[in-house]
Ligand binder design. Structure first.
Ligand code: SAM
Length: 278
């Protein structure tokens, strides 16, 4: 256990140091027209809505569904099943699970995202509860759920151990995390070099997150897959404008941004584990 704790400490420090290295140089940030750290609510609402129309054919969706359906302890019809979605955004990870989920609890620190989540859930008559707060600080206010999902949040979390431990503690059956294989802003690294002459980091990666979770004694499974980027649904000028904002660039850079912006599929990873008592 002592060796494992050393391992966890080492992996956790490396995770947070590598994440912090994504900070944007002060002078570039000071000259930026708008904050580069943006989560456009409309884009998340659109991709959640697409996944509600047709359930996503992904390991993350299938693994969560499988756990919700597998609990044989009660008759299938009318059985209550709950999902907790941490960093829910507009609900892309959780709303497609209802049904069979009968209740979805969404946690997010961004109130605009929770409003988008509520609007989408209401349009489908899904029973929900929303909690405005930062995980894991708000975790004590929230009960257990059958399945806990957390998609595209881990690269925001410098202190990963308490975050993951609280996900684990809130799941009755299974936890399903989805993340990109590499940092979600890596697709702009070449443009940072061209526009600002700045070399961006390459880590941490989903494998680092998996190793850290495993060091906690969790039997984590890893399934890699690809999916078109959710930005692919947006038109080209919107994608260029978003990239410009994230790059702290100016309109005169639009041409180079448009010429280098890649349309490739994203490498994604589902990390999931069952709760021992589940
Ligand atoms: C990239 S979005 C992903 C949204 C959604 N899970 C999806 O896959 O479409 C990340 C979301 O996590 C939220 N978030 C980030 N860190 C958080 C934290 N520690 N606690 C609660 N919400 C957080 C952000 O506000 C944002 O809505």
């Amino acid at each position: 256990v002592g060796a494992r704790r050393d391992d966890t400490d080492r992996l956790a420090s490396r995770w947070s140091a590598e994440l912090l290295s994504w900070a944007i140089p002060e002078d570039i940030l000071a000259a930026a027209a708008e904050s580069p750290w943006t989560h456009p609510v409309a884009v998340f609402a659109r991709s959640a809505s697409t996944d509600l129309e047709a359930s996503p054919d992904t390991p993350s969706y299938r693994r969560a569904l499988e756990a919700l359906l597998a609990d044989g302890s009660a008759p299938a019809a009318g059985r209550a099943r709950s999902v907790l979605d941490v960093g829910a955004g507009a609900g892309a990870a959780s709303l497609p699970l209802a049904p069979p989920a009968t209740r979805v609890v969404a946690v997010d620190e961004d109130e605009r995202m929770l409003r988008a989540f509520e609007a989408l859930a209401a349009s489908r008559g899904i029973e929900t509860e929303t909690v405005l707060g930062r995980w894991p600080e708000c975790a004590d206010r929230i009960g257990e759920a059958d399945v806990v999902v957390c998609h595209h949040v881990l690269y925001n979390i410098a202190d990963l151990v308490p975050f993951v431990t609280a996900l684990d503690a809130h799941a009755r059956l299974r936890v399903v995390v989805e993340m990109t294989e590499t940092h979600p802003l890596s697709y702009l690294n070449d443009l940072w070099r061209v526009i600002h002459g700045v070399e961006r980091p390459t880590g941490p990666t989903a494998s680092d997150a998996a190793a850290l979770i495993e060091s906690l004694g969790i039997d984590v499974r890893v399934e890699a897959f690809t999916r078109p980027s959710r930005w692919a649904e947006e038109d080209r000028p919107t994608r260029v404008a978003l990239a410009r904002q994230r790059l702290c660039a100016r309109p005169e850079h639009d041409e180079v941004i448009a010429s280098m912006l890649s349309e490739e599929d994203r490498g994604l990873v589902a990390l999931w584990w069952d709760r021992p008592e589940g």
